[in-house]
Design a protein around this ligand. Structure first.
Ligand code: PMV
Length: 304
């Protein structure tokens, strides 16, 4: 059985598409997948979806089918007789890296069935065929963290760097219920950059500076500094029209419940926020405040 992590981007989403560094943390929850010999099929269990290579997919699953085809194509025929079952335990379209986790888990399951021993970076690289179908020109941060686990600093076309907090840090993640499209949000930022290149590039530079400071704050396990940097990153993301009233309410509620700071995570335009807590007990209080607003909130830890 192959497992791939869901993720939260802590710093640098969107800027990472344009060559800046992002910091991402893996979630314990993610996608598991298995593969066995048989006529090619892909089942995604909780969604009630089964695709076969011989039948045309329903319209709403065409991209899923294209993504599966794209992954199989990278195996040049060796993965054409495999039945794949995937179990998804992260929200889709929420900025938690569900699509990358599916791709990485499917690649992992195929590799296992073929008896191929692969590295996390090889699996992430192959899963980019999957990601490109959904996101156009993804930076690759989602696939990288999904395959590697832990906390990483990611920059396009550079090896990932692992970050190790001095002690465990508690974060809270909350899904507000609004679906978001990474492709659309990335396209919206690209349009803004075409119209006002200087402003948008300066915003990315500002985010890059926060990310540089955030590496130190995470390694020092300084929850107050991480929270302050979250707030600043959120302001810059909001200036790119990536926040929503719902995300702002979730961030404010988290801060009022004791979070040291909060921001949207992932593409924005809906989806999730991430908040920094002083300790595990405070994280529980923040979760309760967010759940009271109807959000699906949970804690996650950055581990040394
Ligand atoms: O897939 P999401 O919603 O977590 O967003 C991915 C992060 C972006 O920086 C917005 C896009 C990318 O390709 O890195």
């Amino acid at each position: 059985m192959a497992f791939a992590h869901g993720k939260v981007i802590l710093f640098g989403e969107h800027a990472v598409v344009f060559g800046r560094t992002a910091i991402a943390a893996a979630l314990d929850r993610g996608v598991t997948a298995t593969a066995r010999q048989g006529p090619a099929a892909l089942t995604i269990r909780p969604w009630g979806v089964t695709l076969t290579s011989s039948e045309a997919p329903p319209l709403e699953h065409r991209r899923l089918r294209d993504a599966w085809d794209a992954v199989r194509a990278t195996y040049e025929g060796r993965a054409d007789e495999l039945v794949i079952d995937a179990d998804v335990a992260v929200h889709a379209a929420a900025g938690l890296g569900c699509s990358a986790a599916l791709g990485v888990a499917i690649v992992g399951a195929i590799d296992e069935a073929l008896g191929a021993v692969t590295t996390a970076s090889e699996r992430a690289g192959r899963a980019m065929a999957w990601e490109r179908v959904f996101h156009g020109a993804p930076s690759g941060v989602d696939a990288a963290i999904s395959a590697s686990g832990g906390v990483i600093a990611f920059r396009r076309d550079a090896p990932i760097e692992r970050l190790r907090p001095r002690r465990e840090m508690s974060l809270v993640v909350a899904f507000g219920g609004e679906a978001s499209s990474t492709k659309e949000m990335v396209a919206s930022v690209a349009r803004q950059r075409e119209r006002s290149a200087d402003r948008v590039e300066q915003t990315f530079d500002g985010i890059e500076t926060l990310t540089r400071n955030a590496r130190l704050a995470i390694e020092a396990a300084d929850a107050v500094a991480v929270g302050q940097l979250f707030d600043l990153n959120q302001m810059l993301l909001a200036s790119l029209a990536l926040s929503t009233p719902r995300l702002e309410v979730l961030c404010r509620t988290a801060r009022e419940a004791g979070a040291t700071g909060a921001k949207l995570t992932g593409a924005g335009g809906g989806g999730c926020i991430v908040a920094a807590a002083r300790d595990a007990r405070s994280a529980t209080t923040i979760v309760a405040a967010l759940v009271a607003l109807g959000a699906d909130a949970f804690t996650t830890e950055l581990k040394p």
